[in-house]
Design a protein around this ligand. Structure first.
Ligand code: FES
Length: 612
């Protein structure tokens, strides 16, 4: 079998001849970025073959790579099959997680009301005069005679008592003792809240006694190899049991990596983690639990379950205390998952009496509207533009991504994440770029670039060399090759603007449906909450300028950080909040947009940019 060595990571793997480089990298535990599940359409999985890559380029490679790149050994990892030993250089992936991590703990203080209890007791030693059995002796000391315990845990008790002078701590969940520990460990009680995103997975380690977040860790969702969006993942799962298992394995491995990292950072023992509470969209929830989500894809978009699922950690392979439990919070509908429920829980929207909307912008835009009379939610397919996908030079929000663009002093100025040379444009940069070019008069409200060939007088002289005709139509040079990290011009194309229009049109139209259904008007909104990492970094001014948000005074728009993740933390920290989460779906009216004839009308109206 051919051997493939990946550098600079220095990983080597043997694979069957005919395996793609993308799958070989996956087998070597490396993640290569790509958005199209290996279909060869996104052009993002570029790697450089140092040895063993002398085959003819495929059609997809010719389309996405320049002649110079092809000559230099660059290939698309999903297209290139391994036939002989190879050495492959994989560009180091820039860290796309830092933004989500910094958003952890958006709620300043969580209420501590742990589901788990730990009680330390020092028992009297048995004697000939007192032959009470170990368990009964313990239960009597705990003052909880009705607790149950499984034989596996019970078996650990007798020796532990005798080796530790009858000093033992019982960990109790509900009416069951889930573990015994020697001596007094009652102050060591931890849990992990997971936000299982389609793109990024974030885990927060909580001290359950104080409800404080003591460490946060994140990683890319490695299911990405099967596609960037939930439909690609469902399609993969639909192929059979093995594929479903692959998807579950990927997400569980990633969660275990996060657990390992959290333990390393905090030096906490693995068996002191007793609980996990997770949120995610409905597809992620199914895949995490190993449940086939096939029927979520076609209408009528029916999930297998919507209630909270509670399983033993070992049942799904999560490495915490072997008796630990995992709760995935309930979903609201097929495309409105427990992540949206988490937003409601964390922001306490359900308890408000004014008109408040929440928008969680991602590949799917999830929208919630609370008025005095109703609480409604819907999901709208915004497409991946806000995540930087399907944008010519789009990328995730990582170092080097253009994150802000401004029209200042008659110039278009860009700022990148970490202030390093630009290598692409992320969602917030895309919105800013469109807003800035609208302001500069280079994009018309219809979304078309000004036709500089027919109307040269419409373009100011200082932009004449930046607005040009590119491969796919008119484009604007945001950063020239000489200043970019990739030594190519970084441009905003007409197609990028169209993708943005479709995405923002879908979000705005979804919100309009909720507003109409609630019998209010846009101007009646008292507050709009922007949830998610994206919501925190997008410029509110630009979002208003392109018509992504309702035309409201800017002080009515508030970013609330990773509210979905906060929802998981709230439910992990407090039993009352977890109980509230379980009941919440019954209070939320789900609006299915695909059957609404008026969605298309709102969508068409919302595609154009507002006139300046
Ligand atoms: S082109 Fe390879 S993953 Fe998209």
């Amino acid at each position: 079998m051919p051997k493939v060595k990946f550098i600079p990571q220095n990983r080597e793997v043997e694979v069957e001849a005919g395996t793609t480089l993308l799958n070989a990298a996956d087998a070597a535990g490396l993640y290569i970025e790509g958005d199209c599940a290996g279909k060869g359409t996104c052009g993002k999985c570029r790697v450089k073959m140092i040895k063993g890559g002398d085959e003819e380029p495929t059609a997809a490679e010719k389309k996405h790579l320049s002649k110079k790149e092809l000559l230099g050994g660059w290939v698309l990892a999903c297209q290139r099959k391994i036939e002989k030993d190879a050495i492959v250089e994989v560009p180091i992936q820039k860290d796309a997680h830092s933004r989500k991590i910094t958003l952890a703990g958006g709620i300043e203080k969580l209420e501590a009301e742990p589901v788990i209890k730990k009680i330390h007791v020092k028992l009297d030693r048995p004697s000939v005069k007192d032959q009470t059995a170990d368990l009964e002796r313990l239960l009597s000391a705990l003052g909880k005679e009705d607790l149950t315990v499984k034989p596996r845990e019970l078996n650990t008790l007798p020796k532990m008592l005798r080796e530790h002078k009858f000093s033992v701590t019982a960990t109790i969940s509900g009416n069951r003792i889930i573990s015994f520990e020697p001596e007094d460990t009652s102050d060591q009680m931890y849990g992990i809240a997971f936000d299982i995103g389609t793109t990024t997975i974030v885990g927060s380690l909580l001290d359950l006694k104080t409800a404080s977040v003591i460490a946060v860790s994140a990683t890319t969702n490695p299911q990405n190899i099967y596609g960037a969006d939930v439909i690609s993942r469902i399609t993969h799962a639909n192929q059979g049991k093995e594929q479903l298992q692959q998807l579950q394995n990927k997400v569980i491995e990633a969660a275990n990596d996060i657990i390992k990292d959290l333990l390393k950072k905090t030096k906490i023992a693995r068996d002191r983690i007793y609980e996990i509470v997770a949120v995610g969209n409905t597809t992620m929830s199914h895949l995490f639990m190993g449940i086939d989500p096939t029927y979520l894809a076609p209408a009528p978009f029916v999930p297998v379950y919507s209630r909270a699922l509670d399983v033993g950690a070992t049942e799904i392979g999560l490495k915490i205390n072997p008796a630990g439990r995992v709760t995935f919070l309930p979903n609201i509908a097929g495309y409105v998952g427990s992540d949206t429920l988490g937003v409601i829980l964390a922001t306490k929207m359900d308890q408000r009496s004014d008109n408040c909307a929440a928008i969680d912008i991602g590949t799917n835009g999830e929208l919630v509207l609370k008025t005095r009379d109703t609480l409604m939610a819907c999901s709208t397919a915004a497409g991946p533009a806000f995540e930087g996908a399907q944008i010519g030079q789009g990328m995730r929000a990582a170092a080097g991504a253009i994150e802000a663009v401004a029209y200042e002093d008659n110039d278009i100025k860009v700022t990148t994440i970490d202030d390093v040379p630009a290598c692409g444009i992320c969602g917030s940069g895309l919105i800013d770029a469109a807003a800035a070019l609208l302001q500069a008069g280079l994009i018309e409200p219809s979304g078309r670039f000004v036709n500089f060939e027919e109307n040269p007088e419409k373009v100011a002289d200082h932009f004449k060399n930046r607005l040009r005709r590119g491969k796919t139509g008119i484009e604007f040079v945001l950063v020239p090759a000489a200043e970019s990290d990739i030594k190519e011009d970084i441009v905003l194309t007409q197609n990028d603007v169209r993708e943005l229009q479709l995405a923002k049109g879908a979000i705005h139209a979804g919100l309009m449906i909720l507003i109409k259904e609630a019998g209010i008007q846009e101007k009646d909104l008292d507050q709009v909450l922007l949830a998610g990492a994206f919501g925190n970094y997008v410029s509110r001014e630009s979002a208003l300028a392109i018509g992504l948000l309702p035309q409201l005074p800017i002080d009515k728009i508030k970013a609330v950080g990773n509210a979905a993740g906060d929802g998981a933390r709230v439910a992990l920290a407090s039993k009352s909040e977890r109980d509230r989460a379980v009941k919440l779906p019954h209070q939320v009216k789900h609006m299915e947009l695909s059957t609404r004839m008026d969605f298309q009308e709102f969508f068409i109206e919302a595609i154009s940019f507002p006139k300046i």
